[in-house]
Design a protein around this ligand. Structure first.
Ligand code: ADP
Ligand code: XUL
Length: 516
């Protein structure tokens, strides 16, 4: 018997199949949106736009990717053995659907590609994703309606943030009232894809629901004043928040037939990629921390009780029922890539540049804002280099990586997050030189998961738990622990260097933010 986990991230869709008896990975594969679905015209998974604050992706592409990966899987694995499927997706993004959506799902045919059957269901052809930062006015309106940013944070887990779903919906309803009137269903990327598998629209799980500025984190129900601040008649369009362990029933019969899945294949709600990664990295113990170096860089820590977060932080809910303290940095891999490409390097060349420079970079610093930044809030891109010029490739490579982890260190300190160990995931975690800098700057051991996409693994682990009935510790020990490698250990000799540099960084950042 097998279980299947899927993750629809910014740039790719990944599938991980586990043996339900041993928890061992029997198959994994990924499909890259830019490379494998070129007809949609994405770059790094999103649609190029002249206005850098508008970042959208085509939701039909995600559906086609799902269809393609399940078709490919069916030739590689005996899918008739799959007992359960769970999934995750990039957080916050929203999909806008017509009232024909339920009938289109109920009427799906097994003998035709999904994309052709779904092409007519969207009331908005594109979906804003988490990189979008166009909703500043909407954030202010929501914060004002709820009593200020601190009140929004207390109620929903985060102050109003540009990429969060509530502000995104508000902007759309405000600017495109006709298309909004034609929208009968709004789904997150996660609940959109879960709906396809279920053959009916399904609601939002609490984990991804906590990234919307719409859900009361305490009661896990929609917060009426937040709904009212966003748009009229929103609740019927959203479906209800549901526990991540809610059982959605069985795979839609047409899809079971299309991919050779059993009719008895059970479904769990999809959640956000970060909550899912918490499971895929084995963060099921109070105080466990992780570093995700995907398109975004994310620092998160799980705790049984609700953490006290500074204004820039978020509190989400994890599938294990824990809270997750989280900071998301938009200038993650895309910023490292910008430096790599500016100096015409590949990743080996970038890594070699890191090797030619010393920890602390002789005091040279970068504020790495290649695109608008979430933490700290930087609305307009603008990289600051201090003590060197942009042409110095070696200094630039180290400065971008150190700058990113110094910024992370400041937020961790502000939130009282003192990791004893960090588990690392995401595309950049395969780079040991980057992980060593993380260990040195944050002064704690960093262990990488050998599974690059731990969100997909986390989804598979949720499905495994559904099937096996084990507790989180047991399933994590079987399915997660074997993938965690030896740690990159912090070097005590450089601790003082980075303590100094963190102070310089904080000063430079404060000055840049003051100057605007
Ligand atoms: P996401 O899940 O957000 O779609 P991934 O976790 O797949 O993203 O990470 C993709 C990113 O990983 C790429 O944008 C790339 O910059 C980065 N990456 C891949 N290989 C390396 C490497 N060897 N060193 C540093 N970064 C890398
Ligand atoms: C988290 C966030 C990103 C996305 C993309 O708040 O916006 O990490 O989930 O992975």
């Amino acid at each position: 018997m097998f279980v299947l986990g899927l993750d629809s991230s910014t740039q790719s869709l990944t599938a991980v199949v586990l043996d339900a008896g041993s928890g061992r990975v029997v198959h994994q594969r990924s499909l890259n949106f830019d490379r494998d679905l070129p007809a949609y015209g994405t770059r790094s998974g999103v649609l190029p736009h002249a206005d850098p604050t508008l970042v959208h992706a085509p939701p039909l592409m995600w559906a086609e990717a799902l269809d393609r990966i399940l078709t490919a899987l069916s030739t590689a694995v005996d899918l008739s053995q799959v007992a359960a499927i769970a999934g995750s997706a990039q957080q916050h993004g929203s999909v806008y659907l017509r009232d024909s959506f339920p009938a289109a799902l109920a009427g799906l045919r097994h003998d035709a590609p999904l994309a052709g059957q779904l092409a007519g269901v969207f009331s908005r052809a594109t979906a804003p994703v988490w990189l979008d930062s166009s909703t500043g006015d909407d954030c202010r309106a929501i914060d004002t309606a709820l009593g200020g940013p601190a009140a929004t944070q207390r109620i929903t887990g985060s102050a109003a943030y540009e990429r969060f779903t509530g502000p995104q919906i508000r902007r759309f309803a405000r600017l495109e009232s006709q298309a909004w009137a034609e929208t009968a269903h709004v789904r997150l990327v996660s609940s959109f894809l879960a709906s396809l598998l279920a053959g009916r629209p399904v609601g939002t799980d609490w984990g991804d629901g906590s990234g919307m500025n719409l859900m009361d984190l305490g009661t896990r129900t929609w917060h009426r004043p937040a709904l009212d601040a966003v748009a009229t008649d929103l609740e019927r369009r959203l479906g209800s928040p549901m526990p991540p362990a809610a059982q959605l029933g069985f795979i839609a019969p047409a899809l079971a037939r299309r991919y050779g899945l059993p009719a008895s294949c059970r479904l769990l709600p999809w959640t956000g990629d970060n909550p899912s990664s918490a499971i895929g990295l084995g963060l099921v113990r109070d105080g466990a921390c992780a570093l995700s170096l995907g398109t975004s860089d994310v620092l998160f820590a799980v705790s049984q009780t609700r953490p006290a977060m500074p204004p820039a932080g978020h509190t989400f809910l994890s599938p294990s029922g824990d809270h997750m303290a989280l900071f998301c940095f938009a200038n993650g891999s895309l910023a490292r890539e910008a430096v790599k490409d500016a100096h015409r390097l590949d990743w080996d060349g970038f890594t070699a540049a890191l090797g030619r420079t010393a920890p602390g970079n002789a005091g040279r610093l970068m504020l790495p804002w290649f695109r608008p930044e979430i933490v700290p809030k930087v609305p307009v891109a603008g990289v600051r280099r201090i003590g060197y010029a942009a042409g110095d490739g070696d200094a630039d490579a180290r400065a971008v990586v150190e700058g990113q982890f110094l910024s992370m260190r400041l937020r961790a300190e502000a939130a009282g997050i003192r990791p004893v160990e960090l588990c690392a995931t995401g595309g950049a975690a395969q780079n040991a030189a980057i992980l060593q800098i993380a260990a040195d700057v944050l002064q704690c051991p960093v262990r990488r998961s050998q599974i690059t996409n731990t969100a997909a693994l986390g989804a598979a682990v949720r499905a495994l738990r559904l099937v096996s009935g084990g507790d989180w510790m047991e399933v994590a020990a079987a399915a997660v622990a074997p993938h965690l490698g030896a740690p990159n250990v912090p070097r005590p000799a450089v601790a003082a260097v980075y303590a100094d540099l963190a102070r310089s960084y904080a000063r430079a950042e404060a000055e840049a933010l003051r100057a605007g």
